[in-house]
Design a protein around this ligand. Structure first.
Ligand SMILES: [Zn+2]
Length: 171
């Protein structure tokens, strides 16, 4: 049984996750273009909507979440994004999780998780953020996964897909 509040929250989450999916698809929906999308919502308003730009810039740290946190801080004129919710189409890596902690984002909601996509997305550099966060010094950040997981997973190579070696890299 879900309560009305839970339903409202779920619908709200799905609404913003759909936007993150659209942002991810802004450069096409081929998994080889590594589409990741992130939106940050503060007090019901979009303060950032970014996709990963590691190859374009090029910048190894230009993950969608990092870009969105930068834009969000610039736009709001504050380095603290307290009570903001960050939506990401894929479970954030260790770097982006730490960036969420440093920027004081209140809640992180992601779509596809480790088991929904090819292992390439979570090799070595990708710490399991859920375990990671339980050891972090901040305990007032909430991380929830599985929002529109199936729709988000369709953006990426599947768990059993045969991915060419040269398409595996920093996303
Ligand atoms: Zn990341």
């Amino acid at each position: 049984m879900t309560r009305p509040d839970d339903d409202a929250q779920r619908l709200e989450d799905e609404r913003w996750m759909r936007m993150a999916i659209e942002v991810a698809k802004s450069k096409g929906s081929d998994p080889s273009s590594s589409p990741l999308g992130c939106v940050i919502i503060l007090e019901g308003k979009v303060i950032a909507a970014e996709r990963n730009q590691t190859h374009e810039l090029p910048d190894a740290t230009a993950h969608a979440e990092m870009m969105a946190i930068r834009r969000g801080c610039e736009g709001s004129g504050s380095m603290e994004l307290r009570s903001a919710t960050l939506y990401s189409t894929l479970q954030p890596c260790g770097m982006c999780t730490m960036a969420s902690i440093w920027s004081k984002v209140g809640r992180v909601v992601y779509g596809a998780g480790r088991d929904d996509v090819h292992p390439m997305y979570f090799e070595a550099k990708h710490v399991d953020t859920l375990r990671f966060i339980s050891d972090a010094y901040r305990d007032d950040i909430v991380i929830e996964g599985g929002c529109l997981a199936q729709l988000c997973a369709e953006l990426y190579y599947g768990p059993d897909d045969d991915v060419p070696e040269d398409e595996q890299g920093n996303l």
